[in-house]
Design a protein around this ligand. Structure first.
Ligand SMILES: [Zn+2]
Length: 507
């Protein structure tokens, strides 16, 4: 036989596609031609595969070899086809009967010495294989735990090409995936560690319950960072579907922990303010990597010292925040990565970042305004909850009693509030109050009576509250009502909602 075919899986963005790897061996000048839209890394497979085959004790067929990857129109990236190519070439040369690999998708990169190396994106690849009706996969041992997260697929692993060849010849066994820890990875930091700061805690709880983006301005040491990092701890755990979706993105980025690969908690990403646009939105040559925005998908994107971020970086956030997806323009078409994030911004009130009341700070009101003005209007427009946090008092710092509730207690209220909101908006396609357009909240069905709106009436009439600001007050008021178990917001809810956007610089 001089022709053979082996199944593998390619990735575009975070979506896998079943790929057929064909090898045809003909007489003629010994050479290897690779076709089917390969990228540079894949083109180099020729050298890797040849060396790996020879170093695994097999002989390299000195013939005219054509390797073709189908479907031809699908761009192929990276090194994950190496093992499938090696098997197809050996089978085409008549050295390997492929019955054992019938209807099996083979994934993995080859080292020159014949070791099978892990690749990025194995989880979405195995999901794609399953979708295409393939029920058995062979993956690199280092990826076996994440591959085994896909229900309904039998996963076998190999560490070397030698072992896989031995298996196909009926002489060796493949490896079983290591046991995956059923327990979710240890939770992040707990709200119980946060001293004082009742306004900040309340803002965080409301943001969590309503899915609202949050902006916190306050002097260094006020606890902004501590609070932001604890937002995931009060959000609901990811359900099965969301967990696989998030884990797939982390898999493509190559950042999954080996032992407990399934991401069960909403992730948090806190890129440094020196981060590039690419670090935030993703990119890179070959198989694109998701950036911080997509690694925070269904979790929290925290921008500490937000005004220090470059204008281009902040600008790059706008479209993904609107659409919930990052669209990367690539040389060979577009790659989309999901990016539904809850945004948390923190900022010092002035560029010198000295503690409030410190005599060394002589920033003028104009300097302060300009500093916060670096956060563009369109970005701030998407944020519902804006609070200005006071510095911690010495009494708060010393008082052990100032410690607040634990994350578990707050998370329970958040879950109830989210359930109430989800039930109310179920017929409209909105999950959380932050999704609800202002026009809907102002419509007769949901409009609040004049008496309830009295606390903001004056500001509205005198122009102290813009139309957008008013919509924000309404959204937050509904969340507060949900948290407190009221069917509709009352006057007190509107009053508190108005406080929770007072930190907004304008509008
Ligand atoms: Zn200052």
């Amino acid at each position: 036989m001089s022709y053979a075919k082996v199944l593998s899986v390619g990735l575009v963005g975070v979506r896998g596609h079943l790929v057929e790897v064909e090898a045809d061996l003909a007489n003629g000048l010994p050479m290897v031609a690779l076709s089917g839209l390969p990228d540079t890394a894949l083109n180099e497979a020729r050298d890797r595969v040849r060396a790996a085959i020879v170093n695994s004790g097999q002989s390299w067929p000195h013939r005219r070899i054509t390797v073709n990857l189908l479907p031809a129109a699908l761009p192929k990236h990276g090194s994950g086809f190496d093992v499938a190519i090696a098997c197809a070439v050996l089978a085409g040369a008549g050295e390997l009967p492929l019955a054992a690999l019938h209807e099996v998708a083979v994934i993995g990169e080859l080292g020159l010495d014949g070791t099978v190396r892990p690749v990025r994106g194995v989880l979405p690849m195995v999901l794609a294989a399953h979708r295409a009706g393939v029920r058995r996969v062979v993956v690199p041992y280092a990826n076996a735990a994440e591959a085994s997260l896909v229900p309904g697929v039998t996963v076998r692993a190999t560490d070397t090409l030698h072992r896989l060849v031995g298996f196909v010849l009926g002489r060796e066994r493949l490896l079983d995936p290591p046991p995956v820890s059923a327990l979710p990875a240890a939770g992040g930091p707990d709200l119980a560690d946060v001293v004082g700061q009742p306004l900040g805690r309340r803002a965080l709880e409301v943001a969590a319950a309503g899915g609202h983006h949050l902006a916190m301005v306050g002097p260094p040491g006020a606890g902004k960072t501590m609070l932001a990092r604890r937002l995931p701890s009060v959000l609901p755990a990811l359900d099965d579907e969301a967990a696989l979706e998030v884990t797939a993105l982390h898999s493509v980025a190559g950042v999954l922990p080996a032992q407990s690969p399934l991401v069960r908690r909403p992730p948090l990403q806190a890129p440094h303010h020196s981060a590039s646009v690419a670090a935030l939105v993703g990119g890179g040559s070959g198989l694109a990597r998701p950036g911080a925005l997509s690694l925070a998908h269904r979790g929290v994107l925290f921008l500490d010292e937000a005004p220090e971020f470059g204008a281009r970086v902040l600008e790059a956030l706008r479209q993904p925040l609107e659409e919930g997806v990052v669209r990367l323009r690539r040389s060979r078409g577009q790659t989309d990565f999901p990016a539904q994030v809850q945004l948390v911004l923190a900022a010092n009130p002035c560029p010198c970042a000295r503690p409030a009341g410190d005599l060394a700070c002589d920033c003028t009101p104009l300097v302060r305004r300009r500093y916060l003005g670096r956060l563009s209007g369109p970005l701030l427009d998407r944020i519902d909850v804006h609070v200005s946090l006071p510095p911690l008092t010495a009494a708060e710092l010393l008082d052990e009693q100032a410690r607040g509730e634990s994350s578990a207690v707050v998370a329970e209220r958040v879950a109830k509030a989210r359930a109430a909101a989800a039930a109310r908006w179920a017929g409209h396609g909105w999950r959380v109050n932050a999704d609800v357009p202002g026009a809907a909240l102002r419509s007769p069905r949901w409009r609040l009576p004049r008496s309830v709106l009295a606390p903001v009436r004056h500001d509205l009439d005198t122009g102290g509250l813009s139309a957008r600001g008013y919509d924000r007050v309404l959204r937050i008021a509904w969340t507060i009502a949900d948290l407190d178990g009221r069917e509709r917001p009352d006057r007190g809810d509107v009053c508190e909602a108005s406080e929770l956007r007072k930190g907004e610089a304008h509008g």
